[in-house]
Design a protein around this ligand. Structure first.
Ligand code: PHE
Length: 341
């Protein structure tokens, strides 16, 4: 009876391990088992009573242990369920998601527009090298050695013949060389990075971007150039913006123009002097010398070309006042241009 009492207490206060307690009490060498084995020493007339008590005690202990074990399993399951609960009403944790660089976003926009006009995009990893030869960057663009206009673009030379391209215009020649006119006119744009020996300041960077454009075919006119440029400017700035062309000079185009886009929206009732113009790109009708050097007959084909600057567009579009910001890769600056935001 004393054993029953302590057993009950031990079961109630037992911690986790019900199984080892069972072995201790009821196992082959367990306490109760040992006690019952002592039966042979009990006087015969008492055996029945002692046996009954013993069995009763065993039954009680067994029941209690079973209850305890069941309770323990329920507790374990509850604990597991609690730890695995997902509260779907809690706000999720946010992740930092990457995005294209702001300049790439502008270039993507330009590419989408020209794809829609049936232009092909020259792969800047294959047909548009940043390390160029003097021949493609200058000579084939109608800039022979000692041409004074070479001073317009201060150049990083690697060797006397190899340089960092100062413009994307060499891609004109590289694409023309490969073009098969039996398949129709050449219509291409070539986005890429260019380099000039400028001292960096808020409006100058020794590295920046250009998107070259060129159309070569039969009867290509300046009206085609103007229509093309108007469509891209309206795509970038909005339908209500206008462009104007001013005479300019580039060695590889004749005539050459500088193109302005209206900063404000233009309405029919507006006086010309109310329009604020900003210069955005250079363009012109391709010089016959350029076509000739690229193996194209200028009597049969005519062409226009343009070069626009995504850096300048991004500065205008977002009010960025320092071009160097585009190249510092400061995440606080760049994350402002989240496309989803
Ligand atoms: N390559 C010229 C520049 O970098 C831009 C341009 C391209 C002008 C094509 C006319 C035609 O300034």
């Amino acid at each position: 009876t004393a054993l029953k009492k302590t057993a009950v207490e031990r079961i109630n206060t037992a911690g986790v391990d019900v199984e080892s307690l069972r072995v201790k009490l009821l196992g082959r060498k367990g306490e109760l088992t040992t006690l019952l084995k002592g039966m042979k020493n009990v006087p015969a007339q008492d055996r029945k009573t002692v046996g009954e008590v013993g069995n009763h005690v065993r039954q009680t202990i067994t029941n209690l242990l079973a209850e305890k074990k069941a309770a323990e399993e329920v507790a374990k399951l509850n604990k597991q369920l609690a730890s695995e609960t997902i509260d779907v009403t809690l706000p999720g944790s946010s992740h930092v998601v990457g995005q294209p660089h702001v300049l790439q976003q502008i270039i993507d926009e330009i590419e989408q527009h020209f794809l829609g006009l049936g232009f092909k995009i020259i792969d800047d990893t294959v047909d548009s090298p940043e390390v160029e030869t003097d021949e493609y960057n200058f000579e084939r663009e109608n800039l022979p050695k000692d041409h004074p206009a070479r001073d317009m673009q201060d150049t990083f030379y690697i060797t006397p013949e190899i340089l960092l391209r100062t413009q994307t215009s060499p891609v004109q020649s590289r694409s023309l060389e490969k073009h098969d006119f039996s398949k129709g006119p050449l219509k291409m744009i070539a986005p890429g990075k260019v380099y000039r020996r400028d001292t960096d300041d808020a409006t100058h960077s020794h590295q920046f971007h250009q998107v070259e454009g060129m159309v070569v075919g039969e009867n290509i006119t300046m009206a085609d150039l103007k229509g093309t440029l108007l469509s891209i400017m309206q795509a970038l700035f909005g339908e209500k913006h206008q462009i104007r062309m001013r005479p300019s000079y580039f060695p590889f185009t004749e005539p050459s123009v500088e193109v302005d886009v209206s900063w404000n929206e233009v309405t029919p009732d507006m006086k010309p002097e109310d329009i604020e113009w900003i210069e955005v790109l250079g363009a012109g009708m391709t010089h016959p010398n350029v076509l000739r050097m690229d193996g194209v007959d200028p009597e049969k084909y005519s062409a226009f070309a343009f070069g626009l600057g995504p850096d300048r567009f991004a500065m205008l579009k977002y009010g960025v006042d320092d071009i160097r910001q585009f190249y510092l890769n400061d995440i606080r600056f760049l994350s402002q241009f989240n496309q989803k935001g």
